[in-house]
Design a protein around this ligand. Structure first.
Ligand code: PEP
Ligand code: MG
Length: 590
C-alpha cells in the first residue's frame, strides 16, 4: 500500500526523504551449554574478556563523540561505562556460569531479571535510562556471539530503521550516510533522541512496529517536526514533501533573519526573550537564534545516575555561563519529585523513602533541597563559583511562601561560608529569584517580591495547582487550561506585585510560547519570556508585529471575562485580529 502514514514521537526536527535500511537486533539467539555441572572457567574468561572489549569500545566511542559534540553529551556514555562497574550484575553472571550455563545465557538471564525490576517503575526518566543498561547488555551479547558492533556496514546514504538504537550506536552515526532514522522504541528524552538532536539528524521514535512494516530499500519520508513517517510515498506525496522541505528551509531562513533583530513591539516596548534549556545542544541552538540569555536552566538532568559532584557541576555551569555571557544564565536548583526522577533511587535518595501518595503535592523541588542540604549546598556552591563574571542567577522552584525563601537563603550563606573555608573563589553577590508556580505564592506575590530580586512565573505548575489538574494525566487533559480566568488572574496578580516592588518578572512556563498567549502576557506587562529554543524566533516574530497599545487592550478585555468558554471564544478571535499569529499557528496544523 502506498503512502502508509505512521505516527510516532518527534525526536529530532527536520524532514528527509530516502531509502530505508533495516537493522534488527538479534540478541535473542543465545547459545546454551549442555555440559552442565562442570565449572566453566573458559566461559568466565570469555565473559570477562567481553566486558573488557566493550569497555574499550565505549571509551573509543566516547572519545570520537566528544570530538564531534561536547563533554556534556559525551557524559551520556559515562552512564553506560558505569553499568560495566555494576558488581551485582557481573558477579551474579559469573555465579550462573559456574553453575554450568554459557556466558551468553547467564548474562542475558541476569540482565533481563535486573531490567524487569525496573519495568514496574512507572517513571519516564527511569524507563528511558533503562536504555543505558540495554545498550551495555546488547554490546556484551554481540561480543559474546562474535557479532560486529558497528552498524555502519552500508556505505550509501540511507534512513536507518531499527527496533531501538543504542545510545552508543547513535553516537557513531555518520551524518553523511545516515540521513535520518526511525525506531520502534524510544522517547523524546531518551539518550538516543538527545544524541540525534546533537548531531542534527531528523528522527522519529516510539513507532511500535516500524521494523515489521518497512523493507530495506523501500522509500520513506521522515518528518521529525511532526513525528510522522510515510512509507512508499506516491509521486504526489513525494512532491508535496519536497515542497515542505523547501518551505521549511525558507521559513527557517526567514526566521533566522530575525535572530539579530531586537525583541521589541511595534511601538518600541522591549521584552527580554530568553530560553529554557537543559543541555548544551539547546543552548547552542538558542544562541544561533539570538537568545538574550537563559531564563531557565533545568538541572534535573545532572542527577540522573547519582548527583554530580560539586566540581563537575561547577564545570558545566561555568561553561554555560561563559557561552551565554554577557547575557544571564538563570540556574534553577534541583526540582526533583512530581513527575521528575521519582523513585529513581539515585544514590538512595528516594528509594529509601516511603512513596509519596501525591507526588506533585509531595516531596518536590525546594522541599527536597531543604531536607537534603548536603545535596543542595553542593549545588549552590557550584552555581556560586560559576558566577565569575556576575551573569549567573539563582532560581528556587516550588516556593509556597516566605519561610522557604528565607531557609533557602540561609543555605546560600552556608554555601558561601564553606567556599570561604575551602579558599575557593566566587562573587559575594548573586541575584536570587523564585518560581511562582504554587497559587499561594501568586497570592502573596508582593511579600515574596520584597524578599528576592526577581520572579519567574511557572505557568505549567501554576495551571495544574490552581485547577487541581495533573499536568501529565491525559484523562484530565480537558481541564488543564492555562487560559482559565483563575490562572490568568494569578498571572496578572504576580506581574503587578513584582512591579509594585520594582522587581522584574518573567514567565518560563509553556504559556510563553503559545501564540495566542503572547499578546496577553505582553499586554499585562511581562518583562521577560523564556521559551524552548525552538520557539524563540516565532515568539519574536509575534512580539515584533504587536503594539503595546493593542496588547494592553487584549489583556484588559481577556481579564474581564469570567467564564472559560468565553475566554476560549475570545482568544480564537486574537488569531483573526493579528495576521502574524495566524501565520505562525498554521505551521502547527499538519
Ligand atoms: C513550570 O512549572 O511552568 C516550569 C517552567 O517548570 P517545570 O515545567 O520544569 O516544572
Ligand atoms: Mg514547575
Amino acid at each position: 500500500m502506498k503512502n502508509k502514514l505512521i505516527r510516532g514521537i518527534p525526536a529530532s526536527p527536520g524532514i528527509v526523504i530516502g531509502k530505508a535500511i533495516r537493522y534488527v537486533s538479534e540478541n535473542s539467539k543465545i547459545q546454551s551449554t549442555s555440559d552442565k555441572g562442570k565449572i566453566k572457567i573458559d566461559e568466565v574468561k570469555k565473559f570477562e574478556s567481553a566486558l573488557n572489549m566493550v569497555r574499550h569500545e565505549l571509551e573509543l566511542i566516547r572519545k570520537d563523540f566528544l570530538a564531534r559534540t561536547d563533554e556534556y553529551h559525551a557524559r551520556i556514555l559515562d552512564a553506560e561505562l558505569l553499568v560495566l562497574d555494576d558488581e551485582t550484575l557481573m558477579q551474579n553472571t559469573i555465579n550462573r556460569i559456574k553453575k554450568g550455563n554459557s556466558a551468553e545465557e547467564s548474562f542475558k538471564w541476569v540482565a533481563e531479571k535486573a531490567l524487569s525490576e525496573f519495568k514496574n517503575i512507572k517513571d519516564k526518566y527511569i524507563q528511558e535510562r533503562v536504555d543505558d543498561i540495554r545498550d551495555v547488555v546488547e554490546r556484551v551479547l554481540r561480543d559474546l556471539k562474535g557479532q560486529p558492533q558497528n552498524l555502519l556496514l552500508h556505505k550509501k546514504e540511507h534512513i536507518l530503521i531499527a527496533t531501538n538504537l543504542l545510545p552508543s550506536d547513535t553516537a557513531t552515526l555518520d551524518k553523511s550516510i545516515v540521513v535520518g532514522f526511525a525506531t520502534d522504541l524510544g522517547g523524546e528524552t531518551s539518550h538516543t533522541s538527545i544524541m540525534a538532536r546533537a548531531l542534527k539528524i531528523p528522527a522519529v521514535v516510539g513507532l511500535n512496529e516500524i521494523t515489521k512494516l518497512i523493507k530495506s530499500g523501500e522509500e520513506i519520508i521522515i518528518d521529525g517536526n511532526h513525528g510522522i513517517i510515510i512509507i512508499d510515498p506516491d509521486e504526489r506525496t513525494r512532491r508535496a514533501y519536497e515542497k515542505r522541505i523547501y518551505e521549511f528551509q525558507e521559513y527557517e531562513k526567514e526566521l533566522l533573519s530575525l535572530a539579530t533583530l531586537p525583541c521589541k513591539t511595534l511601538d518600541g516596548h522591549a521584552i527580554e526573550l530568553a530560553c529554557n534549556i537543559e543541555i548544551q545542544e539547546e543552548l547552542d541552538m538558542a544562541l544561533d537564534y539570538g537568545t538574550s540569555g537563559v531564563g531557565l536552566m533545568r538541572t534535573e538532568f545532572l542527577y540522573l545516575q547519582k548527583p554530580l559532584k560539586e566540581e563537575k557541576q561547577f564545570k558545566i555551569y561555568d561553561k554555560f555561563a561563559r557561552k551565554v555571557y554577557p547575557h544571564s544564565l538563570i540556574v534553577r536548583t534541583l526540582d526533583i519529585g512530581g513527575d521528575k526522577l521519582i523513585d529513581i533511587g539515585i544514590n538512595n535518595i528516594s528509594t529509601t523513602e516511603p512513596k509519596d501518595m501525591n507526588p506533585f503535592l509531595g516531596w518536590r523541588g525546594i522541599r527536597f533541597s531543604l531536607d537534603r542540604r548536603d545535596i543542595f549546598i553542593a549545588q549552590l556552591k557550584a552555581i556560586l563559583r560559576a558566577n565569575k563574571k556576575g551573569n549567573v542567577k539563582l532560581l528556587f522552584p516550588m516556593i509556597d511562601g516566605i519561610h522557604e525563601i528565607r531557609e533557602a537563603k540561609k543555605c546560600v550563606e552556608k554555601a558561601k561560608a564553606q567556599l570561604d573555608k575551602e579558599g575557593k573563589t566566587y562573587r559575594k553577590n548573586i541575584e536570587i529569584g523564585v518560581m511562582i508556580e504554587i497559587p499561594s505564592a501568586a497570592i502573596i506575590a508582593e511579600a515574596i517580591a520584597r524578599e528576592v530580586d526577581f520572579l519567574s512565573i511557572g505557568s505549567n505548575d501554576l495551571t495544574q495547582y490552581t485547577l487541581a489538574c495533573d499536568r501529565g494525566n491525559m484523562k484530565v487533559k480537558e481541564y488543564y487550561n492555562p487560559f482559565h480566568p483563575a490562572v490568568l488572574t494569578l498571572i496578572k496578580r504576580t506581574i503587578d506585585a513584582a512591579h509594585k516592588e520594582r522587581k522584574w518578572v518573567g514567565c518560563c512556563g509553556e504559556i510563553g510560547n503559545h501564540p495566542l498567549a503572547i499578546p496577553i502576557l505582553v499586554g499585562l506587562g511581562i518583562d521577560e519570556l523564556s521559551v524552548a529554543p525552538l520557539y524563540l524566533l516565532e515568539v519574536k516574530k509575534i512580539i515584533r508585529a504587536l503594539s503595546m497599545e493593542e496588547a494592553s487592550i487584549i489583556a484588559n478585555e481577556v481579564l474581564s471575562i469570567d467564564t472559560e468558554d468565553e475566554v476560549k471564544k475570545y482568544i480564537k478571535k486574537i488569531k483573526n485580529k493579528i495576521p502574524v499569529i495566524r501565520e505562525v499557528m498554521k505551521k502547527y496544523e499538519e
